[in-house]
Structures are given as structure tokens and as C-alpha cells.
Write a protein of this length. Structure first.
Length: 363
């Protein structure tokens, strides 16, 4: 199979340097390069945009702009440099070249007086292209992973809702019918057969406590209060947390009305649940505080506790996915999570934009 040539754009104002570059790349056997040339930055940028080369060889000192300016022009629009750039600099410009690499160039070569760099040029180009392929592959894999995670989260939420509904409706209905039958029996036999009446009463209270359990299991899977909106759901969750753990937990909500779609509301709610579960399981805190605010179109939720901190609570070797999942959930809705922990205080800050971003599309 013949390989298609590597399309290189050389942006270089010195005609002699262009000529020697052309020769160096043309002389490489078994590895064909197709060279396009520009003798100034503006022409180079125009060619980069229209012909989308595989790689750009960029002279740092151009008549109309320097290499760093060229890089920022190249990144304009998408915000990133998608074509790999190798910077060609004079020996006196090494520190500038290193700076250019920080700003997005992938490698640099120093134009020495004897033009020894030309021998390295084909190898460096191949190396940079290989790295570029790996970088793209990694990105694709990350995007696949993110899509899969997003899919799994939404499947899990759907499943939870369905099971909650089934448990609540079907088991609930059966138990209600049972309750009715048993209370009728109880009313009928209470006077004539008190012993049976007593047994039926006990059965009734068993049915009632089973009904409570069914409601609790369904609410645990997906609290129905979530359908009323995020704020009531947070209030309910904090109340549950206080009741279950005995930890004093303050809740400050500084928003009246939040217009959040279901995906976001569920994501924020699940993140709160994970953070609170962690406080209950690991922090040994006596107090916690939850604050919900809205700043510049971003919902900010912080969960703070006065416990031992993450360093002290860590058990080595244990597989932990809660915080990883929490960060993933945030990313899926275009948000982010910041965790600050030291002995005596752990703060989990969650920020979720109200409006959908490219990253946070609905699944
Ligand atoms: N509020 C907290 N206070 C102290 N330590 C914490 C707190 N939150 C998390 N940690 C520490 O961080 C670790 C990682 O938390 P993470 O939620 O990722 O996993 P986990 O709770 O151990 O397990 P799971 O995967 O079931 O959530 C915990 O094991 C714990 O040591
Ligand atoms: Mg956890």
C-alpha cells in the first residue's frame, strides 16, 4: 500500500532557507513530503486555513509577525491549534522557542550555521506526526468514554425511575388491596373471635410498615419530590440526612426559582447525595452546611463539613468511585467540581451552568 505524502506547509521568508528545506524533504527516500510554501505570516495563515496541511514548519522571525503571534492567530476561532507546528528558530532565540512550545508549538529546531538541523528535519516531522496521531486517538477514546459514561448515567436514571414507579405503584396497590381485605376481616371477626381479631390487627400493622418500607425504597431510588424541582428536592434530602445521621446540617438557599432541565436537576441532586453520603461515611463531622446560590447564570452548590478531612479518612487500597462519578456528572452538564479538604474542614464546591453548553448537551 502506498502511503499518501505528508503535506507540509513551510512558512519562511528567507528564500535560501526555503530552498534548503525543500531539498532536505525532497531527498528523504521512502517518505514522501508534499511541500507548500509561504514567505510571510499572512499568506501562511491563509494557506493553513484553506489547505489544512498535516504540519506547519514555521520560521520564528517573519516580516509581518513573529512565531508566537502566528500561533495565536492560528488558534483564533476554535481556541486551539489543530495543525501541529514545528518552530524554526535562530540559536539566539532558544528561550523564545521554548515559550512558543508553551503556546502550542509541538517542537522546535534551531537553525544552526552549518544547517545540521536539516538532517533532523524528516525525523522530527515524523515524530511530531506520530505524537499527533496518538493525541487524536487519545481524544477520540476520551470522547467515547465520556459518551459511554453519559449514556450509562441516563440509563441508570431511567432504570431507577422505572423501578421506583413499579415498586411504588404495583407493590403499593397490592399492599393497599391487602390492607383493605385484612381490615374488613378484622372488623368482621374482632367481636366474635378476639384472638383472630388480634392476629389480624398485628397483620395490619405489618402491612402498614411494609407500605412505609416500599415508599422509602421508592423514594431512595428516585425521590418523587425531584419532580417538584431542585430546591424542594435539596430540602428533602437535607432533612433526610439530618434524620439519618444526627449531624447538624444547615441549609442556605439563596435562589427563588431555578429554571433547570431535568437532566441538570437530577445531576445536581445526585452530586449532593454523593457528597452527603461521604460526609456521613467518612468525615466524622458534627456539623455540615449546604449553600445553594446562583451567580452569573451558574448554580453554585457547596457542601461543607467540620470533620477529619480527606487525608485522615483515607483507607489505602480501597477502590473509590464516588468522587470520580461526581466529577463526571458535573462534566456531563458542562459544570465543574472543586474539592478543598484539610483536617477540620472539607468543602465540595459544585458549579453547574443553567444554560446548556457544548460539553453539557442533554443526553
Ligand atoms: N467529607 C469527607 N470527609 C473526609 N473524607 C472524605 C470526605 N469525602 C470523601 N472523603 C475521602 O475520600 C475518599 C474518596 O471518596 P469517594 O466518594 O470517591 O469514595 P468512597 O466514598 O470511599 O466510595 P464510593 O465509591 O462508595 O463512593 C473516601 O474514601 C474518603 O477517604
Ligand atoms: Mg463516596
Amino acid at each position: 500500500m502506498t502511503q499518501s505524502p505528508v503535506r507540509v506547509l513551510l512558512v519562511e521568508d528567507d528564500a535560501v532557507d526555503r530552498l534548503v528545506c525543500r531539498r532536505a524533504l525532497g531527498a528523504e527516500a521512502g517518505c514522501a513530503f508534499e511541500l507548500a510554501e509561504a514567505d510571510n505570516a499572512h499568506d501562511g495563515l491563509a494557506r493553513a486555513r484553506t489547505s489544512a496541511p498535516d504540519l506547519i514548519l514555521l520560521d520564528y522571525n517573519l516580516p509581518d509577525m513573529d512565531g508566537v503571534e502566528f500561533l495565536s492567530e492560528l488558534a483564533a476561532g476554535s481556541g486551539e491549534i489543530t495543525t501541529p507546528v514545528i518552530m524554526l528558530t535562530g540559536a539566539q532565540d532558544v528561550s523564545i522557542a521554548v515559550d512558543a512550545m508553551r503556546r502550542g508549538a509541538r517542537d522546535y529546531l534551531i537553525k544552526d550555521g552549518e544547517r545540521g538541523y536539516l538532517k533532523l528535519l524528516p525525523t522530527v516531522i515524523q515524530h511530531v506526526l506520530k505524537e499527533e496521531r496518538l493525541r487524536r486517538e487519545k481524544r477520540r477514546a476520551e470522547s467515547r468514554y465520556r459518551n459511554l459514561a453519559r449514556h450509562q448515567v441516563s440509563v441508570r436514571e431511567e432504570e431507577r425511575s422505572r423501578i421506583a414507579r413499579d415498586v411504588h405503584d404495583e407493590l403499593g396497590q397490592t399492599l393497599t388491596a391487602l390492607q383493605l381485605e385484612v381490615s374488613m376481616l378484622s372488623a368482621r371477626y374482632q367481636d366474635d373471635q378476639p384472638e383472630l381479631g388480634q392476629k389480624l390487627c398485628a397483620l395490619l400493622s405489618l402491612i402498614e410498615s411494609t407500605m412505609d418500607s416500599v415508599r422509602a425504597i421508592a423514594a431512595d431510588l428516585r425521590p418523587p419530590v425531584l419532580d417538584l424541582g431542585l430546591v424542594p428536592a435539596i430540602e428533602w434530602q437535607v432533612q433526610e440526612f439530618r434524620r439519618r445521621t444526627g449531624i447538624a446540617c444547615e441549609l442556605a438557599i439563596d435562589v427563588d426559582d431555578i429554571d433547570l432541565d431535568e437532566e441538570r436537576a437530577t445531576a445536581v441532586f445526585r452530586m449532593l447525595q454523593e457528597a452527603l453520603t461521604n460526609v456521613a461515611r467518612h468525615s466524622r463531622a458534627s456539623q455540615a452546611e449546604i449553600v445553594l446560590t446562583l451567580q452569573d447564570g451558574t448554580l453554585q452548590l457547596t457542601i461543607e463539613d467540620n470533620g477529619v478531612g480527606m487525608q485522615a479518612s483515607r483507607s489505602p487500597g480501597k477502590k473509590s468511585f464516588g468522587l470520580v462519578g461526581l466529577r463526571e456528572r458535573a462534566l456531563m452538564v458542562g459544570g465543574e467540581v472543586d474539592i478543598d479538604s484539610k483536617p477540620g474542614r472539607t468543602i465540595v464546591r459544585i458549579a453547574v451552568p443553567l444554560a446548556k453548553t457544548a460539553m453539557g448537551r442533554a443526553a
